[in-house]
Design a protein around this ligand. Structure first.
Ligand code: BGC
Length: 276
């Protein structure tokens, strides 16, 4: 058994639990602390340190972040404070906790966990996990190996950014019933099917708890589609899995240079927030 602390940074709560990374099971009840208003890095750092202290597992910690994470640097911030852009958040958390922190995109973490221990367990081939919540997150996995930071929620479709049009937040904002929302999601998934030909789509995020409302409305031509199984544990489990593997899935390599925030990453976020 290998026990690693997983922490999931979300828009309303920051949740942690120790995970047995060989089974994907939580070894203690999740501890949740509300996300500080605005989710500024300094405030979030204090919460991460508090969770590390609460569990006292020692050893590496896996932490998720709702934006692009490359070699520990956070490079976009569509739904959190813009101070994250270009920040070496991995170093910030490592210093705050005194433990080695590995940072991973939230959907990548949830996707890894779903593919190995959840709805994708035992399925080979190409799996595309999408999380529908405030935004749309994506994880593209082939035979258990993740291609990080795919950011397919920011794909433009019919002159609209997918996340601003088909997320769960868009459903609430536009007062759509589940059938109307499913129609938008079907258009989006149909396009992704054309681009990636996944063997399996896994639909996660907040909407996975209400699969009975949308499952019958989502039909694809070639791919199978199933709701996620790990619900709100997926991010915690995936973060711990990644930390156990030493962060390899986020291209973290000591000898590699830390990336700088590119103008493009900034531009993409600027566009996203204006259109919402
Ligand atoms: C972010 C992704 C994230 C997703 C879900 C998007 O706005 O760009 O990185 O995975 O929201 O939180």
């Amino acid at each position: 058994m290998s026990v690693i602390l997983g922490i999931d940074i979300g828009g309303s709560g920051i949740k942690g639990a120790p995970v047995d990374t060989t089974t994907g099971k939580l070894l203690a009840e999740r501890h949740r602390i509300p996300t500080p208003e605005g989710a500024h890095p300094d405030a979030v750092k204090d919460v991460v340190a508090e969770l590390a202290q609460h569990f006292g597992t020692g050893g590496p910690i896996g932490v998720t972040f709702p934006g692009i994470v490359q070699r520990g640097v956070t490079l976009s911030a569509a739904n959190v404070d813009k101070a994250w852009i270009g920040l070496d958040a991995d170093a910030l958390f490592t210093e705050a906790t005194g433990q080695e922190v590995h940072l991973i995109n939230d959907a990548d973490a949830a996707g890894l966990a779903e593919a190995r221990f959840g709805a994708g367990a035992g399925e080979g081939g190409v799996v595309l996990v999408l999380t529908f919540g405030t935004g749309i997150g994506s994880a593209l996995i082939q035979n258990g190996v993740l291609l990080p930071n795919t950011e397919l929620g920011h794909l433009w479709l019919r002159d609209k950014e997918a996340e601003g049009w088909a997320s769960d937040r868009a459903r609430e904002r536009d007062d759509l019933n589940w059938k109307q929302w499913s129609k938008r999601v079907s258009t989006y998934l149909g396009h992704l099917e054309l681009l990636f030909s996944p063997d399996l789509f896994i639909i996660g995020g907040g909407v996975s708890k209400k699969a009975d409302k949308w499952q019958d409305h989502l039909k694809l031509e070639r791919s199978k589609l199933v709701p996620a199984k790990l619900l709100n544990e997926a991010g915690i489990v995936g973060a711990a899995m990644l930390a156990q593997e030493g962060g390899a899935a986020t291209q973290k390599a000591d000898e590699a240079e830390k990336p700088a925030a590119s103008k493009d990453a900034l531009k993409a976020d600027g566009k996203a927030s204006k259109k919402k």
